[in-house]
Design a protein around this ligand. Structure first.
Ligand code: UGA
Length: 431
């Protein structure tokens, strides 16, 4: 879009790898976009190199959860202080891109002010803090950056909003040349921009994730009823979603959400509300239902196999969803641990997350396999945990033959029951 961008990370190894064109995470097209934009990108670990001369500084540090549910703001505070020590005289917009508790904009402003106060040239320095929450999904973050449903910017100073508006203008008007590997979808013409005060922008982020999380938990709760009354939950989901007030997405019944966002952000929203003496029973229920879905996997396996001790069970997929190698709060890990605790031998495969799994969870004792076929070999049951497309297209008849008992639990409700049954499987889903 013509902007010059400097990426700063205090992890020098990560910066060296990025300089060499190596991407630290898996995500389609990241290598392509890095190669294409290399001439406008600089990588550094030095604040004095990155900050002076920048008109806009995005803080995009991690805010991992603490045991209380409130996010750890240590990295945010370090970044804010360091930026305050290095911004140039003139006007700089400092943007909270990290998902931060409501009120953090004010807090970052005070940290910046403290740092600026220590400087001799403090009189010439002007800055404003803005919130610009991200709504990117892992695995399709690039698509969501170029063709977002909306852009939200919040600031208490109008000039900060103007600067961000001009920064995002090519996206808002969709005037940038679309990359060949991610063509502009036909329906994308212009992107709505919502500008608000700081606190509203911060709350929009948490409320959006909480709503998506509860949409999933809602369909999983309806899935329980659907199972008992003999209804088809996929049809029920479609029938609900065709109401334009509800919308069709995030109504897939299954083992529930994983990843670093929904669990963390719902916990943070509950923690923030608690600071004001408020309870959020709907958000709390969404979390409980999500964790119950993992238990239901074990219950279904118990019901079918009667005894779990000594069984071999295969998991198809480890990442928390397809197109990413992220394993944070991945349902596969929770389910595998529950099974291992019950004396099960667990086999698993994932198309991209196995290296990361070896590094982060190598001590769990899960037997990693070359592919889905290899997982199934000799298993008493197979669980589809992550709906990677390659699992949908397996030679299911051959898979069934290679198992000790051809039992398949479709944790994502994506496989064709009739086809699987014809292939020789006893097919079960979570509703
Ligand atoms: C989520 C939001 O979708 C983004 O808008 C937001 O920016 C991001 O969090 C964030 O806060 O950073 P993400 O966690 O990457 O994005 O992934 P999603 O595509 O939302 O999926 C989350 C989980 O929900 C996955 O485990 C997925 O399998 C599960 N899911 C999704 C369901 O169980 N059922 C559904 O119908 C949809």
């Amino acid at each position: 879009m013509g902007h010059k961008v400097t990426c700063l990370d205090t992890d020098e190894g990560k910066i060296r790898n990025l300089e060499a064109g190596k991407i630290p995470i898996y995500e389609p097209y990241l290598e392509e976009v890095l190669a294409e934009s290399r001439k406008n990108l600089t990588f550094t670990s030095s604040y004095s190199e990155a900050i002076p001369g920048s008109e806009v500084v995005f803080i995009a540090v991690g805010t991992p959860p603490t045991p209380s549910g409130a996010p750890n703001l240590e990295f945010l505070s370090q970044a804010a202080r360091s930026i305050g020590r290095h911004i140039d005289p003139g006007f700089t917009v400092v943007v909270n891109k990290s998902t931060v508790p409501i009120g953090s904009g004010n807090w970052v402003g005070s940290l910046l002010r403290d740092a600026v106060e220590q400087r001799e040239d403090k009189a010439s320095i002007q800055f404003a803090v803005a919130s610009n929450p991200e709504f990117l999904r892992e695995g399709s973050a690039l698509h969501d950056s170029l063709y977002p449903d909306r852009i939200v910017i919040g600031a208490d100073e109008p000039h900060a909003l103007e600067v961000l508006y001009s920064l995002y203008r090519p996206v808002i008007d969709q005037t940038f040349p679309a990359p060949s590997y991610l063509p502009r979808p036909e329906e994308v013409a212009a992107v709505p921009l919502l500008s608000s005060d700081l606190a509203s922008a911060e709350l929009i982020k948490y409320a959006a994730n909480a709503f998506l999380a509860l949409k999933i938990s809602f369909i999983n709760e309806i899935g329980l009823v659907s199972e008992r009354v003999g209804a088809n939950i996929s049809e029920v989901g479609r029938g609900i979603g065709l109401d334009s007030r509800i919308g069709p997405r995030f109504l897939n019944c299954g083992i529930g959400w994983g990843g670093s966002c929904f669990g963390k952000d719902t916990a943070a929203l509950i923690a923030t509300a608690g600071e004001y003496g408020l309870h959020l029973p709907i958000v709390e229920a969404a979390k409980k239902i999500n964790s119950r879905q993992r238990d239901r996997v074990v219950e279904k396996l118990l019901l079918e196999l009667k005894i779990l001790k000594g069984r071999t069970i295969g998991l198809l997929g480890l990442a928390f969803k397809p197109n990413t190698d992220d394993l944070r709060e991945a349902p596969a890990i929770e389910i595998a641990q529950k099974l291992i605790d019950r004396g099960v031998r667990v086999k698993a495969h994932d198309p991209v997350a196995m290296d990361r799994f070896r590094r982060e969870h190598g001590d769990m004792g899960i037997h990693l396999c070359q592919d889905g076929r290899d997982v199934a070999e000799g298993c008493d049951a197979l669980v589809l945990v992550t709906e990677w497309s390659e699992y949908r297209e397996m030679d299911w008849a051959a898979v069934a033959k290679s198992m000790r008992t051809p039992f398949l639990l479709d944790g994502r409700h994506v496989l064709d029951k009739e086809k699987l049954t014809r292939a020789g499987f006893h097919y079960v889903s979570l509703s």
